[in-house]
Design a protein around this ligand. Structure first.
Ligand SMILES: NC(=O)c1ccc[n+]([C@@H]2O[C@H](COP(=O)([O-])OP(=O)(O)OC[C@H]3O[C@@H](n4cnc5c(N)ncnc54)[C@H](O)[C@@H]3O)[C@@H](O)[C@H]2O)c1
Ligand SMILES: O=C(O)C[C@H](O)C(=O)O
Ligand SMILES: [Mg+2]
Length: 602
């Protein structure tokens, strides 16, 4: 009892401390070096006293402009860019918007992250999917200043020293890609660096990770994309991708180097082709604090959507086990979703567990996967159907045949193939056994979505619930009715998984922590919202969602006795925190962009 009271008192002390974290910031540079460092630069916002202290007098026009004025000026330029580019091709407009934001980032990160946080609904589609896909495709031409680090196959043997070239002493979050499966755009090699950059921007915006403690990384092991290999502006290694042990030894060396310098960092694997996504996850998940977002983050978001789809039919969650779900795409994301859904069913303690796989139909580029499949992928094997169990549904049956015969409650696309949910397929969903069929076109970017929102409502009917990986506008159904569009994107989970893991100080990310994150997201939406077809919250509340998700992850780690604490909050304090206090602890730990006084130290 006495110990409990002491822990609670310490927690209150810490809370007071965290609420007042924005103290002065120590810098080791002066003059133009500061102006050219976006971490510290405040442009015309440096107060006169600070200009004196940091040797900035005379290097800036004399008037001091407030943060708010700088913010308004930027937003004004952004709005006039919008006006001036109206009517121009959408790609041109998207890249122009990306450029103006990127230029701000390269100059002044505090202002950049503030405009990002305050306008996340408008800016996420620019710094994240879909525009980030376009940026990756055009990376050679867009490159001006490097962001993050590049480790290539040619750096073998050097990574342990290279990692010290990164200027920050502490790193909390790393997002790593090898560029081999960028969104649904295939192998983009070194150009895939845009994805870790975009994901980490979301970490700052949603999870309040300090931008001085993030690190986007490209692991360049070659490229198997002939077009880019022949492109004179291609900036990566011009060689075929490493394979087998040669490949793994490069990733091993990188991981060892990271954890030698930053033992508490979390590494998020992103957009690796399927074989390496699964292999590296198995290889590292019990050795390092890492997760694969496409496999695990996506699975949690999809599961939350699938549970929402059950509720939308007015059924209890337990009826999830009775839902017939057709998954199109048997890659890292599709298989990840099925594995997690299966796990959720067994956690629900359903007596129908043994039949759990019977509710899933898995389709890849060769059609329906059955046990007749030659060279059946071991990852897909648990979901292979018995050929002919439904008359006419044999190995390789087409998507249309499957939808017509199965009459699924849910049609979920993670194939990367734009338009594959065509008119016929969508019309066939009208005969679904669900009164409210769910259509999830989760592939990114927009042009790779299995169908558009408008197509889904037009062909499958106004009664569907719809979600897509990239944003679409809500659909006008006439008579004042609106077809709600949800964004089913792993952005709703990965920031909370990363932040929660960081704050609890667990050494590994367990299935229990991931399930807790998914469950939290699923329960975020109210019954009333669900009835309106809202399955996921608005991105405008992403910080709030992330706080809840991170707290759920912390509590799951505590329950599993994995929470070792972070900074001044030890495992004992974490154990004694109530649910509410955990949420407060998470919220109080988030970085928020304001100008802090800079103090020079040699
Ligand atoms: N919304 C999200 O949060 C989210 C998360 C992860 C991935 N994704 C998207 O999912 C897509 C796939 O990602 P992945 O990592 O699983 O890729 P992957 O390359 O591992 O798998 C793609 C799968 O699609 C199948 N496929 C290809 N053509 C097909 C066709 N014509 N019909 C049926 N199946 C076909 C392939 O056989 C393969 O099984 C990408 O577009 C990615 O952007 C979205
Ligand atoms: O990047 C995204 O928008 C989601 C996902 O990680 C993907 O690979 O498509
Ligand atoms: Mg991804």
């Amino acid at each position: 009892m006495w110990r409990l009271a002491r822990a609670a008192a310490k927690f209150r002390q810490i809370r007071r401390f965290s609420a007042a974290v924005s103290g002065p910031c120590i810098v080791h540079k002066r003059g133009t070096d500061i102006l050219h460092d976006p971490w510290f630069n405040k442009d015309t916002g440096f107060p006169l006293t600070e200009r004196d202290r940091l040797g900035l007098r005379g290097l800036l026009p004399p008037r001091v402009i407030s943060f708010e004025q700088q913010y308004d000026r930027f937003m004004e330029s952004f709005r006039s860019l919008e006006n001036n580019t109206r009517g121009e091709p959408s790609n041109v407009v998207a890249l122009a918007k990306w450029r103006i934001l990127n230029r701000l980032h390269d100059r002044n990160e505090t202002l950049y992250y503030r405009v990002l946080i305050d306008n996340i609904k408008d800016f996420a589609p620019i710094i994240y999917t879909p525009t980030v896909g376009l940026v990756c495709q055009n990376y050679g031409g867009l490159f001006r200043r490097p962001r993050g680090m590049y480790f290539s196959a040619k750096d073998k043997g050097e990574m342990m020293s290279m990692i010290y070239n990164w200027p920050a002493e502490k790193v909390d979050m790393i997002v790593l890609t090898d560029g081999s499966r960028i969104l649904g755009l295939g192998d983009l090699g070194v150009q895939g660096i845009g994805i870790p950059i975009g994901k980490l921007d979301m970490y700052v915006a949603a999870a309040g990770i300090n931008p001085q403690r993030i690190l986007p990384v490209m692991l360049d092991v070659g490229i198997n994309n002939e077009k880019l290999l022949g492109d004179s502006l291609y900036l990566g290694l011009r060689q075929p991708r490493l394979e087998g042990d040669e490949y793994l030894s490069v990733v091993d060396e990188f991981m060892e180097a990271v954890y030698a310098r930053w033992p508490k960092a979390i590494v998020q694997f992103e957009d690796f082709q399927m074989k390496w996504a699964f292999e590296t996850l198995q290889r590292y998940r019990r050795k390092f604090c890492m997760f694969n977002d496409d496999v695990q983050g996506t699975a949690g978001v999809a599961l939350a959507g699938l549970l929402g789809a059950v509720r939308a039919q007015g059924r209890p969650i337990e009826d999830f086990v009775k839902q017939k779900i057709v998954v199109v795409g048997a890659g890292s994301a599709g298989i990840g979703v099925l594995n997690m859904a299966k796990q959720a069913i067994s956690m629900m303690g359903s007596h129908e567990n043994s039949a759990a796989n019977n509710q899933f139909w898995l389709i890849d580029k060769f059609g329906l996967i059955t046990s007749d499949r030659k060279d059946l992928d071991p990852a897909a094997a648990p979901f292979a159907r018995n050929p002919g169990e439904i008359e006419g549904l044999n190995e390789g049956a087409t998507l249309l045949q499957v939808v017509k015969k199965v009459k699924p409650h849910v049609l979920l696309g993670l194939s990367g193939v734009g338009g594959i949910f065509n008119e016929e397929v969508l019309k066939a969903m009208k005969d679904s056994d669900s009164p409210r069929p769910a259509i999830f076109a989760m592939s990114n970017p927009t042009m790779n979505a299995e169908c558009t929102a408008e197509e889904a409502f037009r062909h499958a009917g106004p009664n569907i619930v719809f979600a897509s990986g990239s944003p679409f506008e809500h659909v006008d159904l006439g008579d004042g009715k609106v077809g709600r569009v949800n964004q089913a994107n792993n952005m709703y989970l990965f920031p909370g998984i990363g932040l929660g893991t960081l704050l609890c100080g667990a050494h590994f990310i367990t299935d229990g922590m991931l399930q807790a994150a998914a469950k939290c997201l699923a329960s975020y939406i109210t019954e009333e919202e669900i009835q309106k077809g809202i399955l996921f919250p608005s991105i405008s509340s992403i910080r709030h969602i992330t706080t809840q998700v991170a707290a759920a992850v912390v509590r799951a780690a505590v329950e599993e006795e994995l929470a070792e604490g972070h900074g001044e909050v030890g495992s004992k304090e974490l154990t004694h925190m109530s649910e509410e206090e955990t949420v407060e602890y998470v919220a109080g730990s988030m970085w928020y962009p304001v100008y802090t006084p800079l103090v020079h130290e040699k």
